[in-house]
Ligand binder design. Structure first.
Ligand code: HXC
Length: 511
């Protein structure tokens, strides 16, 4: 037996890698595949599978194929005591490149995660398709993409980009729910050499697809971190807001914050002057448990703020207009951002709390040419499709199309409230008077005085929350300081909500 056990240990020692590999990664300012796994999981909980898998071919690989594991470590462990599957690419083995067996290992782990209802996390650090394995490698990518799609909406899938992620390989992360990047990682479809040759444009890796670019410009990345350790800490934090699968509820955390706590500071945070900006994150922090808000897509489409928080211990997804950026108007990016987040919340049983202060859609040719019509429709679709509790507070403006598209009664919003200063109307008083009473104003003896009377009259009669309240389009007008209490009462009522759609194969979300 001893001999057999020794043979096993020898193989495992080879699979574990050596100091040279550790040094190579550290020199690049990155951690090794195993160090990353150690940071991701609760200590001592990781179980490796397929440790002894080897590539089918040794040709062109100078005998390096004898390396066990084939460049990726897969297995399962615990995060906050809950089971999670991982695939961590090992940049030290042929650049972490993806060969046939490497792909098979990832797909096996993904299928197990799906079967047992556990989140799947991909830690990406790879030179892409393994050149020596040609089409076998490309076939592997297709199987991974398919597994991503099959798991979509059933188990949370997170992609963590910690090194290169190039070519078609970027599409697995793009198919998952959330993408994390470090400043020292990059993603692109075509590399700098191709861009130079085809487009005669010189760009660096960072300019083309660094973590900052994808977190700020393209929106591909939801979270940006300075290094591997910070990034894996954020992965653990996000998991604390998500259930293991779509049949579970998100993790409840016994609250320390008083559910009856009043929030008088809200009356200061939101200025009465509707033209004055404020940071909606102040409103969120005031209302939610312990002021804790885990923001998603913090650097992209900043005119819409989305993220996770808790109300009396229950996880909620917050969708809020941000008056500080573009006056909180909705544009293409903001719609796409909100729509994606709402669909994720709905898939994983996370109730949605909308904080509305929106003057309307961002006007202009840039938005029209970019397809604000079809992109704005994605947000409507997402709100309508969502069967989780949908709660809303209108904190100030709620104008025009924007009023209809965000969690409205028509879209089956559950409990909707407005503060007494709210302006709920088709458009602002000035604009309405200019259109409706143009002639009347022009013909008046004192046009300015006539205009002012008409504006005041419009504001008094239409531009307030009471018309919407009179029609039952909102459920009540509340004092700002009552917001936390009211939301918690509404949430705890609606947690038992059961709503079903008309049976269909699947809907067709606007593209
Ligand atoms: C085989 C690869 C490899 C690959 C890297 N290596 N990429 N082996 N197939 N795709 C090997 C190198 O030969 C080297 O082996 C070791 O990994 C480390 O690579 P270095 O270049 O020394 O490391 P570094 O300087 O850190 O650069 C990493 C890199 C670079 C940026 C990833 O290696 C690179 O550009 N590789 C090619 C990337 C690429 O074009 N991939 C194909 C994309 S297309 P030694 O023996 O020296 O240690 C694609 C299609 C996917 O992926 C389609 C999906 C649908």
């Amino acid at each position: 037996m001893e001999t057999y056990i020794k043979k096993l240990h020898d193989r495992r020692a080879i699979a574990a890698g050596g100091d040279k590999e550790v040094d190579a990664q550290h020199k690049k300012g990155r951690l090794t595949a195993r160090e990353r796994i150690d940071l991701l999981f609760d200590p001592g909980t990781f179980n490796e599978i397929d440790t002894l898998v080897m590539p089918r071919y040794d040709k062109y690989m100078d005998g390096r194929a004898s390396r066990y594991g084939d460049g990726v470590i897969t297995g399962f462990g615990q995060v906050h005591g809950r089971r999670v599957f991982v695939a961590s690419q090992n940049a030290a083995v042929m650049g972490g490149s993806l060969g046939e067996m490497h792909a098979n290992k990832i797909v096996k782990a993904m299928n197990m995660a799906l079967k047992y209802g556990c989140p799947f996390i991909a830690l990406n650090d790879s030179g892409g398709a393994r050149i020596q394995e040609g089409v076998d490698s490309l076939g592997g990518y297709s199987r991974i993409f398919d597994a991503n799609c099959e798991s979509s909406g059933v188990i949370p899938q997170l992609s963590v980009i910690l090194g290169p992620c190039a070519g078609g390989a970027v599409y697995s992360p793009a198919l998952t729910d959330f993408v994390f990047m470090t400043e020292n990682s990059y993603m692109f479809i075509t590399g700098p050499e191709v861009v130079r040759a085809v487009m005669q444009e010189a760009v660096s890796f960072e300019e083309l697809g660094g973590g900052l670019i994808h977190s700020k410009e393209s929106g591909v990345s939801h979270f940006l971190s300075k290094d591997d350790a910070e990034c894996l800490g954020k992965v653990r934090e996000l998991l604390s807001y998500l259930p293991s699968n779509n049949m579970d509820d998100p993790p409840y955390l016994p609250p320390l914050d008083d559910p009856h706590r009043l929030c008088p500071e809200l009356e200061e945070i939101v200025p009465s002057d509707p033209s004055k900006p404020y940071d909606v994150r102040g409103v969120i922090a005031s209302v939610v448990d312990d002021g804790r808000f885990f923001e998603v897509h913090e650097l992209w489409a900043e005119n819409m703020v989305v993220g996770y928080a808790r109300l009396n211990g229950h996880v909620v997804g917050i969708v809020a207009n941000q008056p500080m950026v573009l006056a909180g108007t909705i544009d293409i990016k903001a719609s796409v951002k909100a729509a994606h987040f709402i669909r994720i919340c709905d898939a994983y049983n996370v109730p949605i709390v909308t904080l509305q202060d929106v003057p309307g859609f961002l006007p202009g040719t840039h938005q029209e040419y970019g397809g604000i019509i079809r992109n704005g429709a994605r947000m409507i679709y997402a709100y309508s499709e969502a069967t989780v509790p949908k709660l809303m507070i209108i904190t100030r403006k709620s104008y025009g199309g924007a009023m209809c598209v965000m969690s409205s009664k028509g879209l089956r919003g559950d409990l909707l409230y407005a503060w007494p200063n709210a302006e709920i109307a088709v458009m602002g008083a000035e604009g309405a008077v200019n259109i409706l009473f143009k002639k009347q104003v022009q013909q008046a003896e004192d046009p300015e005085a006539a205009r002012k009377t008409l504006v005041d009259d419009y504001e008094e009669n239409f531009n307030n929350p009471y018309v919407a309240a009179a029609r039952g389009l909102i459920d009540d007008v509340i004092e700002p300081r009552m917001s936390r209490r009211v939301l918690i009462e509404a949430l705890e009522l609606t947690l038992s909500k059961r709503e079903r759609h008309v049976p269909k194969k699947h809907g067709i979300s606007p593209a």
